[in-house]
Ligand binder design. Structure first.
Ligand SMILES: [Zn+2]
Ligand SMILES: [Zn+2]
Length: 353
């Protein structure tokens, strides 16, 4: 027991916490809590899964039982169909086996949670995906004090620093107005869950009709049904005639931008709203006319502030720039490690939400 602990706490170059850990450990199915016999965001089918949020790298099909927040559940059901899903409110504590668990706002998308697990006085928090700044849509991120923080670091490099949301929205609004003045539609690529609705709320009813791709409209419908207020949208259907919506803003998943679906809008201007747009190479490769740097993840400063706010002594990284970020934290005096996962989270390519 004592020996194992010493091993886990050993600093040094690139420790990977893939073996036994006190509260959570990595197994072939995902992050596992032996005391409660459950998994968090497992990537292979398990008996009991605690799910941080509905994105597909976190909410996988095939588990026997699910537990998620009441506000995150509708989208998870929408995506996974008929599953055995129990819900929990933010900050509500539930005993599972010998573990006490609670879910806390992650500020990433509506209903997204960090999961706190306490076993015999030892507290671990799994961040899921998170964003510290308010976005006008998601329940604002709350730091949760813990001994060990398992943090995503999708954008864990100093080059990623987000500007205030209002500035980015103003930029998008200007682009939309310019295109509309030339009679062009503005095709804006955004993830169907979270980003698209955040754009809707941010752009509001300011510049004319907002059209939506089916995947985005379906998610909006789920959120409206649970009481989340979203501005009106016009779903694009096979019957939609773009000429009746001149200068419209069209929200679509990034993969739809270059597709036959998009061709109906003729000489439209295309844009992408993503944290990856901070990288010039990605902007060029994705071949959109405009890139807007807007992310639902923490940027460099956000990650550092969030980690500090937990008061954790040990920080384990998942998703994204785990290597460089772990080294940075170790230099700051943290006991820092990497949790190897099967998923790399939101990527620069495709629609891995
Ligand atoms: Zn996510
Ligand atoms: Zn993710």
């Amino acid at each position: 027991m004592r020996r194992r602990r010493a091993e886990c706490n050993r600093p040094g170059p690139g420790p990977r916490y893939s073996r036994a850990m006190s509260v959570l450990s990595v197994t072939e199915h995902g992050l596992y809590c032996p005391a409660g016999d459950f998994y968090i965001d497992p990537w292979a089918p398990v008996d009991r899964a605690l799910i941080t949020h509905g994105h597909s790298d976190h909410a996988r099909p095939g588990h026997r039982r699910y537990l998620a927040t009441d506000t995150g559940a509708p989208v998870i059901r929408h995506r996974l169909g008929a599953i055995a899903l129990e819900t929990i409110r933010y900050a509500e504590t539930r005993r599972i086996g010998a573990a006490m668990v609670s879910f806390h706002p992650a500020g990433h998308v509506p209903g997204s949670a960090q999961i706190r697990v306490e076993v015999a006085g030892e507290v671990w928090v799994v961040s899921g995906d998170y964003k510290p700044g308010p976005d006008g849509l998601s329940e604002p991120f709350e730091p949760v004090p813990c001994h060990t923080f398992i943090s995503e670091c999708t954008f864990g490099l100093p080059v990623f620093r987000w500007r205030p949301q209002a500035q980015v929205m103003a930029e998008i609004r200007d682009w939309w107005a310019e295109n509309a003045a030339q009679g062009q539609a503005s095709l804006l690529g955004a993830y169907a869950l979270g980003k698209a609705q955040r754009l809707l709320v941010g752009l509001g009813d300011s510049g004319g009709p907002i059209l939506t791709h089916g995947a985005i409209e379906a998610t909006c419908r789920v959120m409206r049904a649970q009481g989340i207020a979203l501005p009106d949208t016009v779903p694009v259907t096979p019957e939609t005639d773009p000429r009746t919506h001149p200068g419209a803003l069209v929200l679509a998943p990034p993969s739809a931008l270059g597709s036959t679906w998009a061709r109906r809008f003729g000489q439209a201007s295309t844009g992408l709203a993503s944290g990856w747009m901070a990288l010039r190479g990605v902007r060029r490769r994705r071949a959109a006319d405009r890139g807007f740097v807007l992310s639902d993840h923490a940027d460099w400063d956000g990650l550092n502030a969030a980690i500090r706010a937990t008061g954790a002594e040990r920080v384990l990284m998942t998703h994204g720039y785990t290597g460089p970020f772990r080294r940075w934290l170790a230099e700051q005096g943290y006991d820092a490690g990497i949790v190897a996962t099967a998923w790399e989270g939101e990527t620069t390519e495709g629609d891995a939400e």
